[in-house]
Ligand binder design. Structure first.
Ligand SMILES: [Zn+2]
Length: 285
């Protein structure tokens, strides 16, 4: 499989000030819909699967499907584990063929987050796999895990610098006011904090929970140094709205191809919309 390490994709984005989508796959239609959108706009792509998605799809299916999808495309693609929760889970993905992993030890105390992240970096880098880690905590729901708004914690810029220096990661996910899942109110992003972090760490920054963030705010986040933007909920909603719309029109539908196909097209349209906002169109090499 011609997967590239995520670090290669993000280094170019960092140098030329644009962002690449970290787009989550939930099933075959998501994978096909996302790849088609990226291909049509000649954009590099970070396909990502959460541990929940891997459990749902099955590891062998994830790898074989991505292999099939990546085989005939010329765009650079990384396969990334989203929110890896343990060293074991990460090793499992590296062994299976992922070219990038995220270790999310952000709920642990600072020193423990550093220690576990460093261990992952040393192992992953020895086999050419990139590593994303997170500092700070986002509210909302990711897979089956929920963080209440009162427990969310923004990333401290000085801690961020210490964190990247001590761990050697390739990309840092920050908490600046976005949330996982569906937003309850209008999200307010802390742009001065983002700017400060970027100026200090001078490396790729990742924004999670970007579904529901306005195009204007996303563009501004990219201007301020975000190089990877995670999107899942927006695609899930695009797919499901399309399917619901079709069933409202034709309740007698029974052939899944007749509603999953249009759902897949809805994902492609949403992917293209996001790529244009992030500025990764025509950046494939
Ligand atoms: Zn996330």
């Amino acid at each position: 499989m011609n997967l590239v390490p995520m670090a290669d994709i993000l280094q170019d984005a960092h140098e030329r000030t644009y962002a690449v989508g970290g787009f989550n796959i939930n099933n075959m239609e998501f994978l096909q819909g996302i790849i088609r959108g990226a291909e049509e706009l000649n954009s590099p792509l970070i396909l990502q699967a959460s541990e929940g998605a891997i459990r749902y799809i099955g590891m062998d299916y994830v790898i074989k499907m991505v292999e099939a999808a990546a085989k005939d495309t010329a765009i650079p693609i990384a396969l990334h584990l989203d929110h890896g929760s343990s060293f074991e889970s990460i090793m499992n993905c590296i062994r299976a063929g992922f070219s990038s992993v995220m270790i999310d030890a952000s709920k642990k105390p600072f020193e423990e987050n550093i220690a576990l992240t460093k261990k992952v970096v040393e192992t992953a880098h020895s086999v050419g796999v990139s590593v994303e880690a997170e500092l700070g905590t986002l509210s909302g729901t990711e897979d089956d895990h929920t963080v209440e708004e009162k427990d969310a914690m923004y990333t401290d810029p000085d801690q961020a610098l210490e964190f990247v220096e001590k761990t050697g990661i390739d990309a840092l996910a920050v908490a600046i006011g976005t949330a996982h899942g569906v937003y309850k109110g209008k999200p307010e992003l802390d742009f001065p904090r983002l700017k400060k972090i970027k100026e200090l760490i001078e490396m790729p920054v990742v924004l999670h929970g970007a579904s529901g963030i306005s195009a204007e705010d996303l563009e501004r986040a990219v201007d301020y140094g975000v190089n990877k933007v995670n999107v899942n909920t927006d695609f899930q909603q695009a797919f499901t709205s399309k399917v619901k719309e079709l069933f409202a029109e034709k309740p007698e539908l029974y052939d899944p191809r007749k509603y999953c196909g249009p759902g897949r097209d809805a994902i492609t349209a949403k992917v293209k919309e996001k790529i244009k906002i992030l500025g990764s169109n025509d950046k494939a090499w």
